[in-house]
Unconditional design. Structure first.
Length: 266
């Protein structure tokens, strides 16, 4: 059987992005999303999704590189800058070795619990903003421990030939996957992004999908000027939304005998 999870990152990033993700689900092919629970407005967006798009599967987008933590500044002193904010991507990598994994797990658990409080259910899966949870052995172990604790799947953003393709940064991944063996898709596709986010590319991915479960990562949404000035990945989201709601995409999925699926079905 061919299963396809089309998962949108960044639910809750802004209310307009959340609205676009819901539209990509209701009028398109997005089956799943992951929520950024450290953003104050995300809980309200989760409530809207539960009422208006109850079949949209939702996981937690573990955050360490944007905004502020849920736990107190004192409880998360090693994971924040002098202003109490998470480190941006570049300084995050620089300070990674100095971060206290217990503080990281406390913050991630707080984000998961915030989702459970907002939704009344456990997340379907865990992934992470900027894939930060895979950057170091202690981070990936922490994520796997939480996935086991909450009995949910994870995103696995690597190819099937991971052992031969890992860079030095990710050499810890195969052993931890073997130790925990979390539920995860068989294949991860990142090609539908930025310049690759075209109708033709998405159709190519669908037409070439193999047996088993495949995740296609996407980032649809509506974007206002304030967000466009804040993020370099801005109006590309509206282009993704238009493609993901194109009727030809759903027809291609049906023609290939693919079952649209979620992480909960793994």
């Amino acid at each position: 059987m061919k299963q396809l999870i089309i998962n949108s990152d960044d639910y809750g990033r802004t209310p307009d992005i959340s609205r676009g993700i819901r539209e990509a689900h209701l009028n398109g092919v997005v089956t799943s999303t992951t929520c950024m629970m450290n953003i104050p407005t995300t809980a309200a967006d989760v409530a809207i999704a539960l009422k208006g798009s109850p079949h949209l599967a939702m996981g937690v987008h573990l955050v360490l590189t944007m905004g502020r933590p849920i736990i107190t500044r004192e409880a998360g002193s090693s994971i924040t800058d002098e202003n109490g904010n998470f480190f941006k991507y570049v300084p995050f990598v620089k300070y990674l070795s100095q971060m206290n994994i217990n503080e990281v797990k406390e913050e991630w658990r707080a984000q998961i619990e915030a989702f459970i409080k907002a939704s009344g259910r456990k997340p379907t899966h865990l992934d992470s903003h900027h894939h930060s949870s895979y950057f170091a052995p202690q981070l990936f172990r922490g994520m796997l421990e939480l996935a086991k604790e909450y009995n949910c799947a994870i995103r696995f953003p690597f190819t099937n030939n991971i052992s031969s393709e890992l860079e030095e940064t990710y050499k810890h991944v195969p052993n931890l996957i073997k130790e925990f063996n979390p539920r995860r898709p068989d294949t991860f596709l990142v090609d539908f992004y930025d310049e690759g986010a075209t109708r033709e590319e998405l159709l190519r991915l669908i037409n070439n999908a193999g047996d088993g479960a495949t995740e296609i990562m996407c980032h649809p949404g509506y974007v206002d000027d304030a967000f466009a000035q804040e993020s370099v990945y801005n109006f590309q989201r509206e282009r993704e939304l238009k493609i993901l709601t194109d009727p030809s995409i759903k027809k291609a999925i049906e023609a290939n005998g693919i079952k649209l699926s979620t992480f909960a079905e793994l």
